[in-house]
Design a protein around this ligand. Structure first.
Ligand code: NIG
Ligand code: FE
Length: 406
């Protein structure tokens, strides 16, 4: 059979009550909100968006029935490759135990003992769970293997599920290196990095008291950069520290947590957003973690007022926040972080895309990937207005229905 060129498949989503495009030219405000809209998808990309009465024809039609369409959530921070259960740790925290970085060790032991198949099953289940809640891009980190073999296989598993894969050998010094933390940094920046770099796009480090200090963090990040990985940082989660400054200094795409910031940290993030040396180092806030660890919430208002770029992410992991719900993050950001509902939704979509240095996701402007969510709600305020209520009707990725029914 001689194959004709494939006919582009087009689909119009019509009768959208409110379209949130994050493309200001399409509507009002930063969200580019447009009432009474339609959106045309062709070959997995947004081909047209605008007032429904002007919509061009398409091969198929989906009736949004006056409901709201938003860009798929871009969750730029997760640790879903793991084994084991830490529900008891959570319960004891709720009765007064503090959250400590060392809890990670329990997950490391279970992850090392798990087969690749078991790790993939859990991660796949969590990816589907996230997708069903409107997440269409999910970054996935290693960091529970902490040996050359186990970090590499965790990254291979992550790479089966996402293109946004992060090497986090610098998550914690594993027990066998307790007496020789420098030796562990040597391992991470040497043989482990050589084995892992081909399977990752990003390098990350947990720069925090009890994990890695400033010098070790710098060594890990710059070694990763020399191997072609781009930097992102866990910083300022449990107290003030060098994480934010280091992230900005090294041109990291994002510094995540940011619960404890001094004025200099806020200035550095704001200045990086003003354009100085390149794209912004995004302040990625993880309010689900602060909720689940009873830690102080970050001050998103101060960051936004200073001009920093803010993202929201789930940090889905078995220890500090076992939730994949970006809608929950949006609700917390509005209730606890001082963000408006519009700022929170932008941060969970376009902000996440900035944190991953992606311009093809996080918005629904013409040419973007058709990654979008149809909400059982007339407008996006409902995400924060109805906390804990499932409102995702259908999720499309690259124009394909991947969850729910429209
Ligand atoms: O982002 N901060 C470091 N890593 C995770 C927690 C991991 C764990 O407790 O297992 C976080 O919160
Ligand atoms: Fe994390």
């Amino acid at each position: 059979m001689t194959g004709a060129a494939p006919v582009p498949r087009s689909m119009v989503i019509d009768h959208i009550g409110t379209l949130v495009s994050n493309a200001p030219e399409l509507g009002t405000g930063e969200l580019g909100e447009l009432p009474g809209a339609a959106l045309v998808v062709e070959d997995g990309r947004v081909a047209w968006a605008g007032p429904r009465e002007r919509a061009p024809g398409a091969d198929t039609r989906v009736d949004a029935g006056g409901r709201c369409v938003i860009p798929g959530f871009v969750d730029s921070h997760s640790h879903i490759v793991f084994a084991g259960d830490r529900s008891r740790e959570f319960a004891s925290r709720m009765s007064g135990q503090p959250y400590e970085a060392g809890g990670i060790r329990a997950t490391v032991a279970a992850t090392r003992a798990a087969t690749d198949g078991a790790l993939l099953d859990t991660a796949t289940r969590l990816l589907r769970e996230a997708r069903a809640q409107g997440t269409t891009t999910l970054e996935i980190k290693s960091g529970y293997g902490l040996s050359v073999r186990d970090e590499e296989r965790c990254l291979r598993v992550a790479g089966r599920l996402s293109e946004e894969v992060t090497f986090l050998g610098g998550h914690l010094v594993p027990p066998e290196y307790a007496a020789d933390p420098d030796g562990y940094v040597e391992l991470v920046t040497g043989p482990m990095l050589r084995a892992c770099a081909p399977h990752a796009r990003w390098v990350d480090v947990f720069c925090e008291r009890g994990a890695f200090g400033e010098e070790a963090s710098r060594r890990i990040l710059t070694a990763g950069q020399r191997h072609g990985l781009r930097a992102r940082v866990h910083g300022n989660q449990l107290g003030e520290g060098p994480g934010v400054r280091l992230a900005v200094e090294l041109g990291a795409a994002s510094v995540d947590h940011c619960s404890y910031l001094g004025p200099d940290d806020i200035d550095a993030l704001a200045q990086s957003a003003r354009g100085g040396a390149g794209p912004a180092t995004v302040a990625t806030l993880l309010p689900g973690v602060d909720f689940c660890t009873r830690q102080r919430y970050p001050d998103a208002r101060a960051l936004l007022d200073a001009g920093a770029t803010v993202a929201l992410a789930s940090d889905c992991n078995p220890g500090s926040c076992y939730s994949s719900s970006m809608a929950f993050c949006v609700a917390l950001a509005v209730r606890e972080l001082g963000m408006t509902p519009e700022e929170a939704l932008w941060a969970a979509t376009a902000g996440g895309a900035r944190a991953l240095r992606r311009d093809d996701v996080g918005h629904l402007g013409v040419g973007a990937r058709a990654d979008l969510t149809l909400l059982d709600a007339p407008n996006p305020l409902y995400l924060a207005y109805r906390p804990g209520v499932p409102q995702v009707a259908a999720v499309y990725k690259d124009g394909d229905l991947v969850s729910g029914t429209p």
